[in-house]
Design a protein around this ligand. Structure first.
Ligand SMILES: [Zn+2]
Length: 175
């Protein structure tokens, strides 16, 4: 028996956001279908590779379907902030992309991370069916969210925590 699968088709809104102090932020992927919301936990690296992957994917879609027109990537920052309830369904293991040309929808498939002792067939999955402009906005916003990290230490080039950091260039002294 396969794990639970959820289809939000189409979504009314999708976003990525981070909650917490710099360096300890938790990243979320959140999709809405009307008042129904699905929130998933993602890693920062997944946000970065998703933003890059979506950008490449959209370029490929336009090459494959040259009759499509380019879409707007505009968004309103307030609307891209995560909304309650933030009740994550699962932690994402892998993300996949697909395109439904007939309906001009991009599907973002998120699969649950599978523990070693867990049957991969039991992993939950969520499919977010997005318009191309929702994807463009998610891509641009996601890059911005991922980049809003900790400031970089001018001494060693490592990210600094707000309370300072133990700098290897200063023999571990805080600065
Ligand atoms: Zn340093």
């Amino acid at each position: 028996m396969a794990g639970e699968e959820i289809d939000l088709r189409p979504i009314s809104h999708i976003t990525i956001d981070a909650i917490g102090q710099p360096g300890k932020r938790i990243f979320y992927l959140q999709g809405w279908q009307g008042t129904r919301n699905v929130t998933l936990i993602v890693e920062k690296i997944q946000v970065q590779s998703l933003a890059v992957g979506l950008d490449q994917f959209m370029t490929e879609v336009l090459q494959q379907f040259p009759e499509l027109t380019e879409v707007d990537d505009g968004y309103i920052e307030d609307q891209m902030r995560i909304q309650p309830p933030v009740d994550p369904l699962f932690r994402v293991g892998e993300l996949g992309l697909g395109y439904d040309a007939e309906n001009d929808l991009v599907v973002l498939v998120a699969r649950e991370v599978v523990a070693e002792d867990q049957d991969p067939g039991q992993a939950k999955a969520v499919r977010f069916w997005c318009s191309r402009s929702q994807v463009r906005a998610l891509c641009r916003w996601g890059m911005q969210v991922a980049a809003q990290g900790r400031p970089i230490c001018p001494q060693c080039g490592e990210p600094m925590d707000p309370e300072g950091h133990f700098c290897p260039k200063k023999n571990g002294h805080k600065h």
